[in-house]
Design a protein around this ligand. Sequence first.
Ligand SMILES: [Mg+2]
Length: 303
Amino acid sequence: MLSDPLTPESPTPAVFLDRDDTLIHNADLPADAFPQTPGDLYLPEHVRLMPGVLDACTRLADAGYTLVVVTNQGCVARGSASIADVEATNDRLRSLLTVNGRPLLAAVYAAPHHPEAVVDHLRAAHPWRKPGPGMILAAARELNLNLARSWLVGDAERDIEAGINAGIAPDRCLRVGGGGIDGLAAAADLILDHPNRAPAQNPAAASTITLTAGTAAPLADRDTRRTVEAAARAIAERTGVPLIALQLDDHSVTATLAAHRLAAMGFMAELRRTTNDWYAHRHGGRPLWPQTDPPAGEDDDRA
Ligand SMILES: [Mg+2]
């Protein structure tokens, strides 16, 4: 197990992003986008990026910001939609914000609660529900983010309040839309022009490492594939080494980590060990990944 991953001295700054009417259309969608309650968007086919959003997210991610969506989804508490509906909608957003296999969004946090919920266990003024700071604070903890250098962009007053309640400086909480800045593209311009944007001073390295299996195509097996994926994500969560991308084919897994090479190699050694244990237990002691030289890979720097 990694006891002390080489986390950068100063953790990564984030841009926290509201979802509806900040990243994707909502208020101007046709009525049939909302079978239950106007504004409750839980149908993936109605997810459309707003103008300039893909480019803005690309520029922010390239500049070293971790992009985290924080979205109230009271539709679940209102009984309009299930958590699975919300996740499917958010997955559509993730895929629209993926460029050449690289997901631009590090995480999507959704608060399904509402104080007037019809669903009993979600009837709460929950700290995750904006203007509560809960989603931002959870992301800061789980993704090792530096809130003092982070920003928030949203179209509603409660978005701004959530950012301030989480400890983000008020002048870093940017309101877009009516009466505010003209969309995420303009917000990104402001963020990237800011004199203290600073991740460029000490950008976290990104390292890509591949493990290759000892037998022909063990990852064609669905259970094996899922176990490797789950193990990688669990190690990332436990160690605080941010997992930027994870790609699997039938005989290899490639992880891109926001970490310098030594920490990334430690991460992959842990992934090798835990999944070898699991696989050997099921396959008569045969390892999934043979013990060979350090895994091949290459470093590149995130600008
Ligand atoms: Mg909104």
